[in-house]
Write a protein that binds this ligand. Structure first.
Ligand code: NAG
Ligand code: NAG
Ligand code: NAG
Ligand code: NAG
Length: 425
């Protein structure tokens, strides 16, 4: 990453941009819109020449299709980034090795990586290369103008796009690793290895900001809106994001405990649509929510779960009351390390399936569920996209913390739609 040739490339691209762009274009965080794809419930950012890449919190690399036949510069096998690309072995990947002999020079070796599709579970082989990615620089309030930078990525065959949104050309890994997107932005822009994510609940109004603060929404600094912060944890050999609920989970203020009473390990996933709970936790959780609704005198609102739905507890949509935080239902709280609580209100706990039915949007984890990079034991909870929507999450690799907005900050009306995407004149 720190080869002189590479630094010159970056310096040249920054100085070119400096002429075209308001401000200096360097040393600034980058902002991009986040879009939700209705068909797949996946989230994308348009950072490859305006074309979308799918956000994957657990992915250690960035990969995309390399234009068929278009020449690309393949890294040598002994390049440090080639070694790095093999640090995490994709789940179920039979491939090993760093590359293959160069057809033009038998003494050289060209680097291949193994890009992984977190939705289909497929892994392929692709050349490691460098491509231009782009986003807007930001002062934390508005976009300032486009910035292009060179990132180390893997090529992938078109067949690896299966299961991704129409038009998406790859996956942007956001994990805790030097080849993931946040670290590459930090390295090329000279900004912090930290990013803020606000996933949208409808197609077009989410936002991601890479490179730290200060950030402002509705004229307020985001640091004042973040109510909670909890340490990021390691889980096995996974590069993903994990936190820990040392005091478990409460539903309507009553604690549910899994059999072993151990702290619960919680993963976060942008490629899992709804939060998954390990079987032992799931059963206690469903029973606790059902009983809480009964205490609330709402047992009669239960309706059968539609056949095609993955959810167990469903309610009569027209009889549940609405608040500005979504349906008025018992509150779910994750009691996290550091003494903070992640509160889940109706807007993140109950999904409206159709005009008649709304369901508790949590599902049971399947045994041996897509283990992900690093494998290891399944965490107790994998927080999915729906539970993170319209929250502001700050993944800070420098401080090794996850910051998030808590309930009382919702009162300010914060939602993803409030980032000001208008460029100042
Ligand atoms: C990978 O790179 C090699 C050498 O640079 C090239 O011959 C080959 O066609 C590339 N493969 C793909 C799938 O682009
Ligand atoms: C930069 O911001 C402008 C204005 O909001 C927008 O039209 C453009 O698509 C953005 N560019 C990128 C790469 O996100
Ligand atoms: C839901 O409530 C509405 C309004 O009271 C009622 O008309 C409808 O039959 C209920 N649906 C079910 C499935 O119970
Ligand atoms: C968004 O930013 C533009 C440019 O600075 C400004 O003119 C406009 O008033 C802002 N809009 C809101 C809603 O704050």
């Amino acid at each position: 990453m720190w080869q002189p040739k590479y630094l010159i490339l970056v310096a040249v691209s920054l100085s070119v941009l400096a002429c075209a762009v308001v401000g200096d274009g360097g040393g600034r965080p980058l902002v991009t819109a986040v879009t939700k794809d209705a068909a797949t419930s996946l989230y994308t950012i348009p950072v490859k020449s305006g074309r979308p890449l799918v956000l994957d919190l657990s992915g250690p690399i960035v990969w995309s299709t390399c234009a068929d036949g278009a020449p690309h510069d393949t890294l040598e096998c002994n390049n440090i980034d080639c070694m790095r690309a093999h640090r995490f072995h994709p789940p179920g990947c039979p491939h090993t090795g760093y590359g293959m002999p160069d057809v033009h020079n038998p003494f050289r070796c060209k680097c291949t990586a193994h890009p992984h599709n977190p939705v289909s579970g497929d892994t392929a082989s692709g050349n490691m290369t460098r491509v231009a990615l782009s986003a807007n620089a930001t002062d934390g309030m508005n976009p300032l103008g486009p910035v292009s930078f060179t990132a180390v990525t893997s090529c992938a065959p078109n067949t690896l796009l299966q299961g991704l949104p129409a038009g998406a050309v790859g996956v942007v890994g956001l994990a805790r690793f030097s080849l993931a997107f946040p670290a590459q932005v930090a390295g090329t822009q000279g900004v912090a290895n930290s990013f803020a994510l606000c996933l949208p609940s409808n197609p077009g109004n989410g936002v991601a900001i890479f490179g730290g603060g200060p950030l402002f929404v509705l004229g307020q600094p985001i640091s004042e809106m973040l109510g909670g912060s909890t340490p990021l944890r390691k889980h096995g050999d996974s590069p993903g994001y994990y936190i820990r609920a040392s005091k478990g989970i409460t539903v309507d203020g009553l604690r549910i405990l899994p059999g072993d009473h151990a702290p619960l390990t919680i993963g976060l996933s942008t490629t899992t649509p709804y939060t998954e709970l390990r079987s032992d936790v799931y059963r206690l959780f469903i029973n606790a929510f059902d009983q809480a609704m009964e205490r609330w005198g709402a047992a009669a609102l239960r309706v059968p779960s539609p056949a095609e739905s993955p959810f167990e507890l469903c309610y009569n949509n027209s009889k549940l009351s609405q608040t500005r935080f979504g349906f008025f239902v018992p509150r779910i709280t994750l009691m996290l390390d550091g003494g903070t609580s992640w509160q889940v209100f109706g807007m993140n706990s109950i999904v409206r399936l159709n005009r008649a039915t709304a369901c508790l949007a949590f599902v049971e984890m399947k045994a041996g569920n897509k283990a992900g990079y690093g494998g290891g034991a399944a965490p107790a909870v994998v927080i999915g996209g729906f539970q993170m929507e319209n929250m502001l999450l700050v993944f800070d690799e420098e401080k090794q913390t996850l910051g998030f907005t808590t309930g009382r900050h919702l009162i300010t009306g914060l939602s993803c739609g409030h980032f000001n995407f208008t460029m100042p004149a």
